[in-house]
Write a protein that binds this ligand. Structure first.
Ligand SMILES: [Zn+2]
Length: 47
């Protein structure tokens, strides 16, 4: 599955978060471990 801009991924090994900023067909990996996609959620409005 191609990565989509704005999707968030998290490494289950170290907890690193990745935000997809460009389209690509590759799997996001952290030190060789595929990162898992996080559920989309709204950013809280900052005020
Ligand atoms: Zn990691």
């Amino acid at each position: 599955m191609a990565n989509e801009i704005g999707k968030r991924y998290e490494c289950v090994e170290c907890g690193a978060l990745y935000l997809v900023v460009k389209r690509g067909g590759g799997t996001i990996e952290c030190h060789g471990v595929p990162a898992v996609q996080q559920a989309a959620k709204q950013l809280p409005s900052s005020d």
